[in-house]
Design a protein around this ligand. Structure first.
Ligand SMILES: NC(=O)c1ccc[n+]([C@@H]2O[C@H](COP(=O)([O-])OP(=O)(O)OC[C@H]3O[C@@H](n4cnc5c(N)ncnc54)[C@H](O)[C@@H]3O)[C@@H](O)[C@H]2O)c1
Length: 321
């Protein structure tokens, strides 16, 4: 697994182990943490280093790859597109080349709802137009297309899992989201509700029920479960894409209210301007994952908030360590 020391990769490592799979984490620890990899064998390296990826695949005798490693902050992708194309496209191609050299032909790829850009309608189905509106989304789309070309040319089997907004934690495994700077809404709202700075609501004039952006928050444990299913059902020579969301749209104000309700206290917020490139509403249809993977989003946003609070309390705070 690449990116196994990251937020979603770490939880997927444990879920795979729990399902009886041997797991190795290949990671450069640029945003990952050494406490996140658990019992997985660790290979420290950059995905852009094809030879090192190949060596790890051979040493571990890998028979499939889960590819989580990426740069994944949208505003940073606008400011530094070269870095995003280098890691997310070139680096991902290096992983594919290493797989071919090591005789590994199955890959589960962490794609994103960002490939859809501003969808014409919600809920979004997998066949919707993919017109990303930022460099991050474009890098994910480029690699999705590269996977299909490799399937045709070399028989690579792949599943692109398009996550919506990943959230939550897996406190039972001591895992959760720890970033610096924090960029995701729910951790920022929880921080605001537990003595941190007020949360800024970025845009209050969207055409939505309360004027704030609608997003689909999907629990990281549900995502990990989808990865295990996608891997176990990956058919030889086949390529598929699946949306992974909760199928529930939540506005920013509703997310703040949900955190306040779980905490039992007010969460301070201030209204701010829109951020460039934020679509008004992103909500997944997961009918395809339900039908083909037998997967269901099982946790609600309140479950995810409770899990984050448990994780934060177990660490004694939200700061990066
Ligand atoms: N978090 C979300 O809401 C979300 C939504 C859609 C898609 N995704 C995708 O899911 C994947 C995992 O996201 P996450 O939230 O766990 O992020 P994360 O930053 O916690 O994890 C990424 C991991 O990849 C590693 N990494 C980065 N660049 C690397 C490189 N060049 N070589 C080797 N390792 C490298 C990091 O050290 C980290 O451990 C990413 O591909 C991301 O684009 C995330």
């Amino acid at each position: 697994m690449t990116g196994g020391a990251g937020f979603i990769g770490g939880v997927a490592c444990r879920a795979l182990s729990a399902a009886g799979h041997g797991v190795a984490a290949y990671d450069d620890f640029s945003t990952g943490h050494d406490w996140a990899t658990g019992d997985a064998r660790v290979f420290r390296g950059d995905i852009r280093d094809r030879a090192a990826v190949e060596k790890a695949l051979r040493e571990f005798r890998a028979d499939a790859v889960m590819h989580f490693a990426a740069k994944a902050v949208v505003p940073e992708s606008v400011a530094e597109p070269g870095l995003y194309y280098d890691v997310n496209v070139t680096g991902s191609l290096r992983v594919l080349e290493a797989m071919r050299a090591a005789g590994v032909s199955r890959i589960v790829f962490s794609s994103s709802a960002a490939v859809y850009g501003e969808p014409e309608r919600v809920p979004i189905e997998e066949g919707a137009a993919r017109r990303p509106i930022n460099p991050y989304g474009r890098t994910k789309l480029h690699f999705e297309e590269a996977l299909e070309d490799h399937r045709v040319a070399h028989g690579t089997s792949y599943a692109c899992l398009r996550y919506f907004n990943a959230c939550g934690a897996a406190p039972e495994w001591g895992l959760g989201e720890v970033r610096s700077p924090e960029t995701h809404l729910l951790p920022l709202v929880i921080r605001a509700g537990t003595g941190g700075p007020p949360i800024t609501v970025t845009g209050t004039d969207y055409p939505t029920r309360d004027g704030t952006c609608v997003r689909d928050y999907v629990d990281v444990r549900d995502l990990a479960d989808a990865h295990v299913r996608a891997l176990e059902r990956l058919e030889s020579g086949r390529g598929s894409a699946y949306n992974l969301g909760s199928e529930r749209g939540t506005t920013v104000r509703e997310a703040i209210a949900a955190v306040a309700a779980v905490l039992g206290r007010e969460v301070p917020s201030v209204d701010g301007p829109r951020r460039a490139g934020d679509p008004p509403a992103l909500v997944a249809s997961c009918a395809k994952a339900r039908g083909e993977l037998g997967w269901e989003p099982r946790r609600t946003i309140e479950d995810s908030i409770r899990a984050v609070l448990e994780f934060v309390r177990s660490r004694g705070g939200m700061e990066v360590r």
